[in-house]
Write a protein that binds this ligand. Structure first.
Ligand SMILES: [Mg+2]
Length: 156
């Protein structure tokens, strides 16, 4: 398998990104690009709230693209007092939750299922602001033209 390509463009300091960047370097196969090229990008890394310690990671085609890498990344975040959570467009049925927890060998991680709703609005409605998103499908996070996307170099 060739390495995963992560997109990151944000120009402001983002401590959550530093943890990811270190994990990518340690991994040795994955890479980061700052150019928006949908044909190359496997995962979008979007900096959001500068005060939140929560990193929201998508499941399908994100975590599942390299489970071992994400297990290490989740540990790295926890070791630095971040809370990694899973945020998926899947619905809240038991099979989904069991599958996700099984794959991560982790009953403790918080899993948010939005049932197809845009993730950012869903999480804010739950009272949770997210510091950084990692997701293969950015339109699932927020609609086009929002400040979050523009700030992260995605202009539509
Ligand atoms: Mg996905």
């Amino acid at each position: 398998m060739s390495g995963l390509v992560f997109y990151y463009y944000n120009r402001l300091p983002c401590a959550a990104f530093n943890v990811l960047e270190a994990a990518i370097k340690l991994n040795g196969e994955h890479s980061i690009i700052t150019e928006f090229d949908e044909f190359r990008i496997d995962a979008y890394v979007l900096a959001d709230s500068t005060t939140s310690r929560i990193v929201a990671i998508d499941f399908d085609n994100t975590i599942t693209a390299d489970v071992d890498f994400y297990l290490d990344l989740i540990d790295a975040y926890r070791n630095r007092d971040w809370e990694p959570v899973v945020c998926t467009l899947r619905d809240n049925d038991d099979e989904n939750l069991i599958e996700i927890h099984d794959k991560l060998h982790d009953a403790g991680i918080r899993v948010y299922t939005t049932d197809g709703k845009k993730k950012r609005a869903f999480m804010l409605h739950e009272g949770i602001s997210v510091g950084m998103w990692i997701d293969d499908y950015f339109p699932g996070i927020t609609q086009f033209g929002t400040p979050l996307l523009l700030r992260n170099g995605i202009e539509y």
